[in-house]
Design a binder for this molecule. Structure first.
Ligand SMILES: C[S@@+](CC[C@H](N)C(=O)[O-])C[C@H]1O[C@@H](n2cnc3c(N)ncnc32)[C@H](O)[C@@H]1O
Length: 177
């Protein structure tokens, strides 16, 4: 995706508090650009670096930045406001309307929560992709990107490894056919 200069605040106790995560940067550089409009999900948005970049690249789209960490949500809201990204809604997962379907999902997912909770999380959100849409996930190889890809394939998703860089994989995940 294109170049963008953003000044974002983070805080202790929030992922990425010591600077933008290497995986996040790789996702933003290597994943395809967001659709020009429609609804886009940043799953596990933290202080908002992915959501806000997507929102700036696709000003006509609406970006849902969801996180369970309340401080992260506050930061994502404040950072979106500072960046002039008025097309971002940051909130807890419950704030996203249940019937909403996504034109794309981008995520640096919370792999450290453990395999079972991560699988439950993906099982909850990936079925909400529209039929022609895709999710882009960045996961460290050391933290199980290949076994995650295998699990997703077993679940019937179509998974492509788009990029392997600096120990990270960018996976494209398309809905079951
Ligand atoms: C690897 S961090 C990525 C944060 C941010 N997107 C970034 O790139 O810096 C994963 C995030 O997922 C959040 N998270 C953990 N469990 C979650 C859940 N069940 N639903 C939504 N977000 C969750 C964490 O609070 C954390 O902020």
């Amino acid at each position: 995706m294109g170049d963008l200069d953003l000044e974002l605040q983070s805080d202790r106790g929030v992922f990425g508090s010591k600077g933008i995560d290497a995986g996040t940067l790789i996702l933003l550089k290597e994943a395809p650009p967001p659709p020009a409009d429609g609804d886009i999900l940043d799953l596990g948005a933290g202080y908002g670096p992915i959501a806000i970049a997507l929102a700036r690249w696709a000003p006509k789209a609406h970006v849902w930045a969801v996180d369970v960490n309340e401080r992260a949500v506050e930061l994502a809201q404040a950072n979106a406001a500072t960046a002039g990204a008025t097309n971002v809604t940051a909130g807890s997962p419950e704030t996203v309307p249940q019937d909403l379907r996504f034109d794309a999902i981008y995520s640096n997912p919370p792999v450290r929560v453990g395999k079972a909770p991560l699988h439950r999380l993906l099982d909850e959100w990936l079925p909400r992709l529209k039929p022609d849409a895709a999710a882009y996930l960045v996961v460290q190889r050391n933290l199980g990107s290949d076994s995650l890809a295998a699990w997703l394939r077993e679940r019937g998703y179509r998974v492509t490894r788009l990029k392997s860089k600096k120990g990270y994989r960018v996976l494209e995940v398309r809905p079951r056919t």
